[in-house]
Each structure stands twice: as C-alpha cells, then as structure tokens.
Write a protein that binds this ligand. Structure first.
Ligand code: CA
Ligand code: CA
Ligand code: CA
Length: 348
C-alpha cells in the first residue's frame, strides 16, 4: 500500500477517534489531524519571543550604539561542516514500512534518498522522558535538500496502544523543505519521507537531509581569543581603589559560528595574563563581574540572554605591578534546531 493511502486512512481515523497525542492548543480534534501549522507557529513564535524579550541590554551597564566588528581577531573560530555528500547510496534501506523502519538516528542529521518510484523511507525514534526534559517537551522533524524537480513530504506517526494511529504532516509544494515541531510524551514515533503523489519522476539518486529528535541542542564556542589587551601598568589605588578600565568590545551579533536564536547557557571569561602581581582584580562582561582567579561561569541566569550580541569587556583593579590581562571568552549556548541552524549538527 502506497503511503498516501495510509495517510488517508489515518486522517479518517483521526476524525473518528479523538486523540490528542500531539497536544495542540486547538480543541477541534478534526482540525488537529495533519495540521501542524499552528504548532509550528507556536514554537517559532515562542522561540522568537524568548530571544526578543530577553535582550542583552537588560544586563548591560554600558552599551554604546557604535558597533565594531572584531571577528577577524578570533584565533579559533569554530569550523563548520558545510558540505553534504549529495550522492551516497541510501545506507538506511530497506526501510519501506514501519516494521523495518530505520532506528538509531535520533538527534542527528542524516543523508538518504528516495531512489525509485516505490521508495518510501520510514524512521523510528524512541523519545524518553530525559529527551523531553532537555527540550521542553518539544521534538522536531526537519527535511531539507530535497532534489530539484522533486516534491517530498514529511509525516510523523504514532501507533497508539489501542491500535489507533495519530499523525502530523508537512506537505509543502516543490522542493521546499518540510518542518514539523510537535509537543509529545515519551513513546515511539515514526517519521516518513514520501514522494508526493502525482508528481512525475518524483525520485532521485541525490540525497535529502533529515533530522529527527529534540527541538533544542547545546553547543559551545570554545575559548575565543578576543584580541584584547588591558594594561593596568604600575598603580596602587589602595583605599582610593578600585580603578575601572575603559571597556573593549567584541560584536558577535552577526557571528556565523553561533546559531541564530542561541541563548547563553554559561559564559566564561579567562584570567590569561602576563602573570604580574595584582590585588583586587575583577573581570567584567557587560557589567557582570567576577573576581580574578575564578574560572567558573559568570553569575548569569541560564538560557535567558541572546548569545549573538555585543559584548563589552573591562577590568577593575586595586593594585597592579605591571599586570596585563588578555582575556579569552567562552560561550556555552542552547539553540533551537531549525532549517537555518541545521548545518551546526553536521559532522556530530
Ligand atoms: Ca530511501
Ligand atoms: Ca526506503
Ligand atoms: Ca513537499
């Protein structure tokens, strides 16, 4: 049975049986079946809102409007895997039905293809409670790099204990990518990549890219050399101290090596220096301070501030015997898995 027939059946079942496995904010059960637009809008709006509302300005004490692009000073830019292999054989075959669905691909981007008129690709993931805890209860399935002149669609199915099937679909036209975000409970879920019926020669040896897993991922910039130098000279402010240095800034608001919409999980600023003696040294990033000698994350609430921002760094000191601070910074972040961010998962 070709996949569209199964889908028709599933749609009919959705109308007949009330199931809200995919919790939507819509009480109309018949409308729930295969209508993920509202869910997608909800999560994307939520993500956008989160980033927009929680602005770095809120904790910056000294933001100035003039931005400087110092990206070329980075010595260890994260190298992104960019190229996908367009023509490898589909190593996940056979997987043309739920019984032989491909497993073991959770939270990865894979390359596969629909290489004949009868090919359909079934994937199976088991979503656990810990997966949900890490993702706010939201999972994602994304299909992109659909070959030119092809039109593939994406379906999410769950077989319920009583034999009913619940489902969602994303059915864009042409080779536009497909994306489904869904609220879910622990359980086994199937994703199906299927060629749209009625499109001629709707298959290709060329690979598509596919992701099935949590809606959020964590990442890190690693320690970045900021190219900054704070020379405090020979000074003893004693009881008149401490003295606050002018700030130096680094603009990461357009940094391509940080995913869009990433939020800061942890922010570190290092003590790197020439090793000279100091008393009462403090490190500040956008007004958040930490005493020299500590390597723990700065006291900043997790996952509330945008990572792609302008950062202003400065130092505060009571006594310096020729101390020169050359800080490195590391940002651990959390980001939503979107079509736009998918390349960050390649090569993992
Ligand atoms: Ca295939
Ligand atoms: Ca297949
Ligand atoms: Ca499509």
């Amino acid at each position: 049975m070709k996949f569209h027939k199964i889908i028709s059946l599933v749609a009919a079942m959705q109308l007949l049986f009330s199931s809200n496995v995919f919790a939507a904010e819509n009480n109309d059960k018949s409308d729930l079946a295969f209508k993920n637009d509202s869910l997608k809008t909800t999560i994307e709006d939520n993500i956008k809102k989160q980033v927009d509302v929680l602005n770095m300005d809120d904790f910056s004490t000294n933001v100035q409007s003039k931005l400087k692009d110092k990206l070329n000073k980075f010595s260890n830019l994260k190298t992104l895997a960019s190229a996908t292999d367009p023509y490898t054989p589909d190593k996940y075959e056979p997987n043309n039905n739920s019984g032989v669905a491909t497993s073991g691909i959770k939270n990865q981007v894979i390359q596969a293809n629909l290489n004949s008129a009868t090919d359909e690709d079934w994937y199976k993931i088991d979503i656990t409670q810990s997966d949900l805890d890490a993702n706010g209860g939201v999972a994602a399935a994304l299909l992109t790099n659909i070959p030119n002149n092809c039109d593939y669609d994406l379906y999410i199915l769950q077989i319920l204990p009583n034999g009913q099937i619940a489902g969602l679909q994303s059915v864009q036209t042409g080779n536009a990518p497909e994306a489904i975000y869904f609220n879910c409970k622990p359980g086994t879920y199937y994703a199906v990549v299927d060629a749209k019926t009625g499109v001629e020669n709707n298959f290709s040896q060329q690979n598509y890219s596919f992701y099935f897993g949590g809606a959020y991922k964590s990442g890190t910039t690693g320690y970045m050399n900021l190219g900054m130098k704070f020379n405090f000279g020979n000074k003893n402010y004693g009881s008149n101290g401490p003295w606050l240095s002018p700030y130096q800034e680094i603009d990461l608001s357009n940094a391509s090596f940080i995913p869009n919409q990433a939020l800061i999980s942890k922010l570190y600023i290092s003590d790197d220096s020439n090793g000279a003696y100091w008393i009462g040294f403090y490190k500040l990033v956008n007004g958040i301070e930490q005493m020299g000698g500590f390597q723990s994350p700065l006291p900043l609430p997790a996952n509330q501030y945008a990572a792609k921002e302008l950062y202003q760094v400065q130092g505060k000191i009571t006594r310096s015997d020729g101390f020169i601070w050359q800080p490195q910074m590391k940002i651990d972040y959390l980001y939503p898995v979107t079509l736009d961010n998918l390349h960050f998962l390649l090569g993992q």
